[in-house]
Design a protein. Sequence first.
Length: 198
Amino acid sequence: MLAFNVVSSPGAGKTSLLVRAVSDLKPSRPVAVIEGDQQTSNDAERIRATGVPAIQINTGKGCHLDAAMVGEAYRRLPSMRGGLLFIENVGNLVCPAAFDLGEACKIVVFSTTEGEDKPLKYPDMFAASALMLINKIDLAPVLDFDLAQTIEYARRVNPRIEVLTISAKTGEGVSAFYAWIRKQTDRMRAGTLGTVQG
Ligand SMILES: Nc1nc2c(ncn2[C@@H]2O[C@H](COP(=O)(O)OP(=O)(O)OP(=O)(O)O)[C@@H](O)[C@H]2O)c(=O)[nH]1
Ligand SMILES: [Mg+2]
Ligand SMILES: [Zn+2]
């Protein structure tokens, strides 16, 4: 099984992206989502509406997921052998950077509405992530969003971070994200990527 820990500030578009991604990817392999939020089951319900299993974790006063919470949720999922597990972390650009949930890697969703300087202000999250998805690219023209500047700041804190621009709303760029997932799957099978037991 290949697991990704999806992190971002609140509202960057993690669930919107996952709703689209699980719908597109479920024909080819088992897919499931573990959702982390302080309160509500809204996000798990949005995922379940696609027909994909989702387990909601509510952290209450907590502000991040830890491996024990994910382990407990994982045991409630159907068999994920050969599958893809997305863990949507609590919307928070700070402490989720410090917690290993057993994922192959972290994916940071950064949206064009947040301001180009966030990688410099919250460097740990960008340093800990293998991939930065720049979401809400459909809004870039009205925001005067500076894409090159954002990427430059992100690479200042993590020279190896990969970057893709997407719109969870329109679907722009998501096929490149799926190609990136396929590449990680190949690397996992070749034994060159950290994995969790399926
Ligand atoms: N224009 C535009 N809006 C988007 C896009 N992706 C998400 N949104 C909107 O952004 C808002 C937040 O999206 P969510 O998917 O709930 O974000 P989230 O990161 O899961 O939020 P939390 O789980 O609360 O941290 C919603 O109103 C979405 O419709 C996008 O690509 N373009
Ligand atoms: Mg969400
Ligand atoms: Zn926390």
